[in-house]
Structure formats: structure tokens, C-alpha cells
Design a protein around this ligand. Structure first.
Ligand code: GCO
Ligand code: MN
Ligand code: MN
Length: 390
């Protein structure tokens, strides 16, 4: 059995805002002291993480002078190099400041939209300076409580204009960013535009530089919407659009919990790890979660350790699952093709293939009586997860 000690090659990353979360919620104040970015880099490096990600203002206060900014960034860069850490992803805080209370890229007000673009460009400069290659867009404030307040078709157009502008900026500057849109159905707005991975993918197809835009799906967000996260990620992977991922834990029907990865829905977490590993996803395994409000400083690092350990344990279970002859026997049986029809469907429409499909004859009623052994398959999966197989 492995020690589940994370290695750099596992590509585990955390946002500065995750382990740095102080436990404030709408009903209660902070419960932990500030953890400085430099200390986060040091502690996460000791635990085996690959890097940290950040919003502009996680590192540089919104009102910092250029000189203050440079001093902070230089100190941070030194820490990154001292502790062998990277910044693979950067993003903009377009949700905290009151100016964004009614949205940023989708705001009705062109001045707010322009400021959002300006702030994002400066933050892209920062990310590029730190070596980030993925740039995330989470539109937390892009939405409504009052439907009369927005013409939603215009809001989407405004959003598109900003994205197109920023794509050109990245190209112009030679930053080489891949943009990753992060959908969320609600919170902090009652209804957020582009609520799901599916809506984000459809929106991306309408962008001028859609080739450089993909998604950053988050476990909690699809789960809040009551959707199957693994299916959403699979769709993004299948069309080459999984540019980043936010791993965490979430109970359906609750507020945005951002729990430790695999804290909830172990089976869902298992199939997510299986999907990413089997597909050879080579991006970051990024944890966007926070320690429980009950925790002190030790609990923060227990949380970070737990995210990475659970991923590695589930990865080991995936290997057990993939090597289990009984499980694989059932799965392989599902795609049996004695009539050699799959290649016909794959090849598509032609005179010969039309004839093959047209002349198909078989006993439909008998075929419908076949059992698929899913009871056994799911029970075997459960037993792999409970540790009694393999
Ligand atoms: C949330 C969001 C955020 C974003 C982050 C990056 O919990 O609602 O996931 O954490 O991922 O702000 O922009
Ligand atoms: Mn997120
Ligand atoms: Mn979240």
C-alpha cells in the first residue's frame, strides 16, 4: 500500500483563498487568523502540493500602489522559488468590491463593464508574471434577484463582448492563456448567468476565439444544480474543453458548501477520479474548498492533507476497480457486438451501411428480457470502495 504522500507529479493545487479562508460566513465572523500567501506557499509545499492559484486581490490589495504591488509580488515570487512551487492558474476578483454588486461583465452599466475588463487585464498581467497558463472566469455576481432589472439576452451579449476583448488582449500580449469559464447556478446571486457546464459550453461556441476558451467545472456547483458532475466533466473532456477543474465536496440542496474533496458522495468522487485518470487528463487537480469553520490552524492543514490523500486513495481504488476480473467481465459484456454493428454506426451513413441497418432483424422481445447485472456491478463497486476487494 502506498503512503498516499502527494508528489509534484500528482499536480495538486490549492487557491490562496482556500487554505487562507478565515471561516467567515453570512452569520458569523472570522474564526482564524490571516494566513499569509508566503506561509501558504511554504506549508503547501511541505505537504507535497504542486502549486497555488490566486485572485489578484488574494495577493495584492485592491488599493495597493504600483510600488506596493511590486514589493508584494517580488516577495511572493521569492517564496515560490524557495519552496519549488508554481502558479498554474490565476483569476480576477470581480465579486467582492461593492462596484460589482450588480455584476461585472454582464452589468447594465458600461462603466462597470469597462472597469471589470481593466481589472481583469491587470490581473492577467499579474498571472502571466507568475507563470500562469490557465485563466479562470467565475461570474459570481453575474446574475439577478429581480428579473425586471436586466434584459437577459443583452446581459449575455455584454458578457461575450468582454470575453472577446480579453481573448484579444491575451493574444496581443502573447500570454498564451487558456481561458476557463466556471459555471455556478446561484450564490451569491439568486440566479447566475451561464448556470451549468452545458450552458458555458454553448456560450463558448459563440465566442470569437472559442478555441482558447474552455470550462472550469466545480463539484459543488453542478451538485447544487442537482446535476451529475461526472457527466458534466465527461462532456467537457469529450469535446476537449476541460481546461481546469475545481474539486471539493457538496451535499445536494444546500448552500455552496465547498467542503474538503470527497467529504460527501464518495461514490461520485470515485467516479470523478476514475474519469480524470482513465481519460489521461493532464491538467491541475485543483482543490477549491475551505476548511470547516470549526477548525484552528492545525485543522487547515488537516483539510489540505485530506483533499490530496482522498484523491490518491480513490486513485488506488480506481486501479483496483480496473483490475477486478468480475467487474471488468460485466463491463466488457455490455459492449459485446457479435453482429459487428458498432463500426457501421461509427462509419456513418453510406449505401452499404444504410442497407445493413435497414435489413437488421432480431428478436426484439427476447432481447428486451436480458438482464444487465447492474445490481451486481454497483454492489461490487461499493465493495471496492469499502475496501474488501483487491
Ligand atoms: C465558489 C467559486 C469560487 C471560484 C473562485 C475562482 O466557491 O463559488 O468556486 O471559489 O472558483 O472565486 O474564481
Ligand atoms: Mn470554484
Ligand atoms: Mn463553490
Amino acid at each position: 500500500m502506498s503512503s498516499y504522500q502527494p508528489q509534484k507529479s500528482d499536480k495538486f493545487t490549492f487557491g490562496l483563498w482556500t487554505v487562507g479562508n478565515r471561516g467567515r460566513d453570512p452569520f458569523g465572523d472570522s474564526v482564524r487568523d490571516v494566513v499569509t500567501p508566503v506561509r501558504i506557499v511554504k506549508e503547501l509545499s511541505k505537504l507535497g502540493a504542486y502549486g497555488v492559484n490566486l485572485h489578484d486581490n488574494d495577493l495584492v490589495p485592491i488599493d495597493a500602489t504600483p510600488a506596493e504591488r511590486d514589493a508584494i509580488v517580488n516577495e511572493f515570487k521569492r517564496a515560490l522559488s524557495d519552496y519549488g512551487m508554481t502558479v498554474p492558474m490565476a483569476t480576477t476578483n470581480l465579486f467582492f468590491d461593492p462596484i460589482f454588486k450588480d455584476g461585472a461583465f454582464s452589468s447594465n452599466d458600461p462603466l462597470v463593464r469597462s472597469y471589470a475588463v481593466q481589472k481583469t487585464m491587470r490581473s492577467m498581467d499579474l498571472g502571466a508574471e507568475l507563470g500562469a497558463k490557465v485563466y479562470v472566469f467565475w461570474g459570481g455576481r453575474e446574475g439577478t434577484e429581480v428579473d425586471a432589472s436586466k434584459r437577459p439576452m443583452d446581459s449575455i451579449k455584454y458578457f461575450r463582448e468582454c470575453m472577446d476583448f480579453l481573448c484579444e488582449y491575451s493574444i496581443d500580449k502573447g500570454y498564451g492563456y487558456k481561458f476557463a469559464l466556471e459555471p455556478k447556478p446561484n450564490e451569491p446571486r439568486s440566479d447566475i448567468f451561464l448556470p451549468t457546464v452545458g450552458s458555458a459550453l454553448a456560450f463558448i461556441a459563440t465566442l470569437k476565439h472559442s478555441e482558447m476558451c474552455g470550462v472550469n467545472p466545480e463539484v459543488a456547483h453542478e451538485t447544487i444544480a442537482g446535476l451529475n458532475f461526472v457527466h458534466a466533466v465527461a462532456q467537457a473532456l469529450e469535446c476537449g474543453k476541460l481546461f481546469h477543474i475545481d474539486l471539493n465536496g457538496q451535499k445536494m440542496g444546500r448552500y455552496d458548501q465547498d467542503f474538503r474533496f470527497a467529504q460527501e458522495d464518495l461514490k461520485g468522487a470515485f467516479f470523478l477520479v476514475k474519469l480524470l485518470e482513465d481519460a489521461g487528463y493532464d491538467g491541475m487537480r485543483h482543490f477549491d474548498a475551505h476548511p470547516l469553520r470549526t477548525e484552528d490552524d492545525n485543522g487547515v492543514w488537516d483539510f489540505a492533507t485530506g483533499c490530496m490523500r482522498s484523491y490518491l486513495i480513490l486513485k488506488e481504488k480506481v486501479a483496483v476497480f480496473n483490475a477486478d476480473p468480475e467487474i471488468q467481465g460485466i463491463i466488457n459484456g455490455l459492449t459485446n457486438d457479435p453482429n459487428n454493428l458498432a463500426p457501421v454506426l461509427t462509419a456513418g451513413y453510406s449505401a452499404a451501411n444504410l442497407a445493413t441497418i435497414d435489413l437488421l432483424s432480431f428478436d426484439r422481445v427476447e432481447y428486451g428480457k436480458r438482464g444487465l447485472s447492474y445490481e451486481k456491478l454497483d454492489q461490487l463497486t461499493t465493495e471496492v470502495l469499502l475496501g474488501i476487494r483487491g
